[in-house]
Design a protein around this ligand. Structure first.
Ligand code: NAP
Length: 257
């Protein structure tokens, strides 16, 4: 068990549900102080209350990652309530589907705004506090979609997720002088509340395309983030960890048998 995260202040954008909620749960169970951030305060509060009921330290904050002033207020809240920012999990994301013929310029800007610009704005706002930490860490939730694979209907999403890695590879160089590391987790298909709502047939067909024959859990992503945030990962920066049950590996359907 990694022991170096206890007492650390962790900000999780998009922490009210799905993968972000799982990240928050893993960090809280390992003794971190978690700021759960989403636009919907009631949902962030409910997620934070779950972490507290589980024995953790957590509080909620409502902020939109596309708004610089709200990101600033988020970082300041982490300082005020939890003593600073040691770890930023830039996880908030949007993934509406739309093929190129149907996508508008506004659709494109919305997805790039949340996923890519939001990553930049969250990091920029937290940076003054991350530099004060002796173990500053940024963990970006990217995706296999874009950096590794493609999926019709998600050109804008894939571009934003690949863009996060381009951002990461220069951000890690700029922040190296502060000993801040910047890394990314690339989830495959993860079982979130949204996917559960798609029904059993859909979930089974997705699982069939994965060598480990199951969708990932939100905690699977949380544990990868926890490792990258740990003291033990201090020498890893600008790197990616794919957490996908082997989904990106088969060359053909035969390779799944
Ligand atoms: P989700 O269940 O839909 O949760 C999204 C979270 O982000 C919510 O807390 C949502 O709360 C918040 N959010 C959305 N827009 C926001 C904004 N503008 N500002 C602040 N918070 C915002 O999503 P998920 O499936 O867990 O995905 C989380 C991340 O993992 C995303 O970056 C996604 O691209 C990535 N990912 C997911 C999968 C998967 O299989 N689920 C696979 C690969 C990558 P509010 O709506 O209240 O703001």
């Amino acid at each position: 068990m990694l022991s170096s995260i206890a007492g650390r202040s962790v900000v999780v954008t998009g922490g009210s549900k799905g993968i972000g909620k799982g990240i928050g749960r893993v960090f809280a169970r390992n003794g971190a102080k978690v700021l759960v951030v989403s636009r919907t305060l009631s949902e962030a509060e409910a997620a934070a209350a779950e972490l507290v009921a589980d024995g953790g330290i957590a509080s909620a904050f409502a902020a939109d990652v596309t708004q610089p002033a709200e990101m600033q207020a988020m970082a300041d809240a982490a300082k005020l309530r939890h003593g600073g920012v040691d770890v930023l999990c830039a996880n908030a994301g949007a993934f509406p589907q739309g093929r190129i013929e149907d996508l508008s310029a506004q659709d494109w800007d919305q997805v790039l705004g949340v996923n890519l610009k939001g990553t930049f704005l969250a990091l920029k706002a937290c940076l003054p506090y991350l530099t004060q930490s002796d173990q500053g860490r940024v963990v970006i939730t990217s995706s296999i979609t874009g950096p590794v694979t493609g999926f019709p209907g998600w050109t804008h999403y894939g571009a934003s997720k690949a863009g996060q890695l381009g951002f990461m590879r220069t951000a890690c160089l700029e922040l190296a002088k502060y000993k801040i590391t910047v890394n990314a987790v690339l989830p495959g298909n993860i079982l979130t509340e949204g996917l559960v709502a798609m029904g059993d047939d859909y979930l089974q067909s997705m699982a069939a395309s994965i060598p480990l024959k199951a969708l990932g859990t939100v905690e699977d992503i949380g544990y990868a983030a926890l490792f990258l945030a740990s003291k033990e990962a201090a020498y890893i920066t600008g790197q990616t960890i794919i957490v996908d049950g082997g989904q990106t590996l088969p060359e053909s359907l035969d390779a799944l048998n």
